[in-house]
Design a binder for this molecule. Structure first.
Ligand SMILES: N[C@@H](CCC(=O)N[C@@H](CS)C(=O)NCC(=O)O)C(=O)O
Length: 219
């Protein structure tokens, strides 16, 4: 039966789908809970999802290069249990999504995985070239990833794996878009070793957990 959207939308908390128990149409904390704090300057609040893994991979790459200041405390935020709606986490990220970070050296909160990658790249002087041309190309691909991955995860992934029923139109629409995005990457990487050119960068670190995992059959 054809669906006609109502003039005024109302929230149906029972609409089904994997995340219907935690998703709501309003923001803000739903319970009081302070976040734990460890001894290192960098405090990471996250989980091993593709967006979460970007930051962990970046920190581990920095440690592998010998940056002792990149030692961090990693705190699990189990998003399927709604931990991202605790008051301490919402103070750090008003958008209630992992990953989020606190730098106790500067007192700054950092949210959005792309912002965290840029912050760490600038703090440690790695994986984001200073030369304007290379920096711009790196940021081009970093922002490409952050504009594209929601079509893969929230679009294709949601309708293929998490929606309460299989709907042909959105699966077709987002399959087409996911394939087009893979072709964008394929054509770019036919001409260069890394997304932004000759050197490994935060654009690669951000992209590998999404499209890299997809082509390996891990998503
Ligand atoms: N644009 C954000 C997306 C973060 C995001 O979507 N995180 C998901 C896990 S991969 C999340 O926390 N979901 C919990 C929720 O939607 O309530 C980023 O790159 O940091």
């Amino acid at each position: 039966m054809a669906y006609t959207p109502p003039t005024t939308w109302t929230w149906d908390a029972q609409n089904g789908g994997k995340f219907s128990n935690i998703n709501r149409p309003i923001a803000g904390a739903t319970f009081d809970k302070e976040l734990p704090l460890g001894q290192h300057p960098l405090q990471l609040y996250s989980q091993g999802t593709p967006n979460g893994v970007k930051v962990t991979a970046m920190l581990e790459e920095l440690l592998a290069l010998g940056h002792e200041g990149a030692e961090y405390d990693a705190w699990l935020i189990p998003i399927s249990e709604g931990a991202q709606f605790g008051s301490g986490f919402v103070d750090l990220n008003p958008n209630s999504k992992i990953p989020a970070m606190l730098d106790q050296d500067t007192g700054l909160r950092i949210f959005e995985s792309g912002s965290i990658l840029i912050y760490l790249a600038e703090k440690f002087g790695e994986f984001l070239p200073k030369d304007i041309a290379q920096r711009t190309e790196t940021l081009n691909w970093l922002f490409w990833l952050h504009g594209s991955a929601p079509y893969l995860g929230g679009g294709f992934g949601h309708f293929y794996a998490y929606a309460p029923e299989k709907f042909e139109y959105p699966i077709n629409r987002f399959s087409m878009e996911a394939k087009r995005q893979l072709d964008v990457l394929d054509r770019n990487l036919a001409e260069r070793q890394f997304l932004a050119g000759d050197s490994y960068s935060i654009a690669d670190i951000a992209t590998a957990p999404w499209y890299g995992a997809l082509v390996k059959g891990l998503l």
